[in-house]
Ligand binder design. Structure first.
Ligand code: GAP
Length: 514
């Protein structure tokens, strides 16, 4: 598969064709940036969530889970800073009437300059071969130097304008860079305005009684406001963590790239409460723990990298992203943030309630510091499919599309296939289904030639197919076919549960983390 753009398109159409992801309310032409998960998609999503949840709560005796509501008291979002500061700087094009994020237009402009530099480097590399010294070339080539200076200057001015909320400065920078509407080429821009990303609605059925409330833009605040409830009811001792998965909503302006950026999505977040002064040690601990979780899935370590935040949010004293090599390039998959005592401190101030921990060992009481790990479930879903999707040329010249999903996450674990639809084979296959259905999500399929049935299972990522043939009737054995190697082995029926169980169990993944 050569072209990455192409790959995303193929994944999107594969997801639709095989029931992983559909555009939301498609019969009404869909609603932008919202998607529905189909039969296989919801299984895969549940498995990803389960793996995250078990890794957090089962493998750490000091982490417990909660399930807070989506609606919260509106003051929550005042305290968290979302009412005042959860904004995107937007600019409209007067001719095309299209709306863009000003910072994204500038980042794309920088991206183009970087691409130009990379092209120059590639050209020189192929010209000079082994003798090529890339560092020296970048430091001396006039074209590359000119572009690099431009990049540094635009970055510097953008950072300054964003930090100072200087919207006129952002507009000026867009004009100075001669940035045009990517769709139409027009440079007729409005002023830049701030746009809050929270969805609001009204509580209360009587007119006049209504209060504005928000759909939560992150699940984290449900954890912070429950800090004392959980600590006291569970007699938790610091350090301890609270995990939560659930929906979050953001009125994203640039909602593109399939399920990567949506307006309604699920987060899997964990807030780890620590003694002030120990937070950077725990930050390092969680960076390592989270990358280990990703590595356990075997989705090629080259596809991951850490990206440290250069510009820290005012409440953080360290932050990084785990980036994944999506078909659109390396992009944020998960965030790990050292959030100091900002959130609990702010909720203390706004609620007037003490949110402190009394440390029986040191006899002191303090507002704990927090390390947060936050991953989007849809992004994890897309990462899994991007790494799993493969079009393979087989020895006989034919092709198959196969999803090499880690077996423990695969939507369907086993397909049970009678070779022919007669001679008692379907009945025997049904017996096997009955024997295995409490342990595995499985499918019975008796339609079409066996080769076509294998292809159907490959396309949804089923790691094992069990084929029942005439010999099965006498030797009580079946053929077990493995998805990736397509190797077949003969296995006794009584051994099936154990053999398949070992290979598709989530234990195998979790064991790598203990
Ligand atoms: N509580 C911290 C927090 O919400 P964030 O970086 O804004 O931090 C965390 O979001 C994660 O949520 C991201 O790394 C990403 O995986 C996911 N996420 C954020 N916005 C998203 C969107 N619009 N669509 C899908 N996933 C999103």
């Amino acid at each position: 598969m050569q072209n990455q753009d192409d790959k995303l398109k193929k994944i999107i159409s594969h997801c639709k064709e095989y029931g992983f992801v559909f555009p939301s309310s498609e019969i009404y032409d869909g609603l932008s940036a919202t998607y529905d998960y189909g039969p296989y998609g919801s299984e895969l999503k549940n498995n990803l969530r389960e793996y995250w949840w078990k890794a957090m709560t089962r493998l750490h005796e000091n982490i417990v889970g909660i399930d807070a509501s989506i609606f919260m008291h509106p003051t929550t979002w005042k305290a968290s800073g979302h009412v005042d500061a959860f904004n995107d700087p937007l600019i409209d094009n007067k001719d095309s009437k299209r709306r863009y994020r000003a910072d994204v237009l500038l980042e794309e402009y920088i991206g183009k300059l970087e691409a130009k530099n990379n092209k120059e480097v590639e050209k020189a590399k192929s010209k000079f071969g082994d003798a090529f010294d890339e560092t020296k070339f970048r430091a001396t080539n006039p074209n590359v130097l000119r572009n690099s200076e431009k990049i540094a200057s635009v970055e510097q001015r953008m950072k300054q304008a964003l930090e100072n909320s200087d919207l006129a400065g952002l507009k000026q920078l867009i004009e100075d860079c001669e940035i045009a509407d990517p769709e139409t080429g027009s440079r007729n821009w409005t002023e830049v305005r701030q746009f809050n990303l929270m969805f609001s609605t009204e509580l209360g059925s009587v007119a006049g009684d209504a209060a504005t409330i928000y759909l939560r833009p992150e699940t984290a605040q449900g954890i912070f406001v429950n800090f004392l409830n959980v600590q006291k009811s569970g007699r938790m001792k610091i350090p301890f963590g609270i995990a939560q998965t659930g929906k979050a909503f953001r009125n994203e302006i640039i909602a593109r790239q399939f399920i990567f950026r949506m307006r309604e999505f699920e987060q899997m977040e964990m807030q780890f409460f620590v003694k002030p002064g120990t937070e950077l040690e725990w930050y390092a601990y969680w960076k390592e723990a989270r990358i280990k979780w990703h590595m356990s899935l075997g989705m090629n370590s080259d596809n991951y990298r850490f990206h440290d935040h250069l510009k820290l949010a005012h409440y953080a004293n360290a932050a990084c992203d785990i980036e994944f090599n999506f078909p659109m390039g390396f992009k944020e998959l998960e965030g790990i943030h050292s959030r100091t005592d900002f959130d609990l401190g702010a909720h203390e101030k706004f609620s007037g309630k003490k949110l402190r921990y009394f440390d029986p060992e040191s006899n002191e009481s303090y507002v704990p510091y927090v390390i947060e790990t936050s991953i989007g479930l849809a992004r994890m879903f897309l990462a899994t499919l991007s790494s799993a999707y493969d079009e393979e040329k087989l020895e006989d010249g034919s092709e198959r599309t196969v999803l090499r999903i880690p077996p423990a996450l695969a939507p369907v674990k086993v397909a049970v296939l009678p070779l022919v639809n007669k001679d008692g084979l379907p009945e025997k296959a049904r017996e096997i289904v009955k024997m295995l259905q409490l342990d595995f999500n499985l499918q019975y399929d008796a339609k079409d030639a066996i080769g076509r049935r294998y292809r159907r299972q490959d396309a949804i990522g089923t790691p094992y197919c069990i084929t029942i043939d005439n010999d099965t009737m006498t030797d009580e054995s079946v053929t077990l076919r493995e998805r990736d190697s397509m190797k077949q082995e003969r296995v006794r029926i009584e051994k099936l549960r154990e053999i398949v169980g070992q290979r598709v169990s989530m234990h195998t993944l979790l064991q790598q983390l203990v």
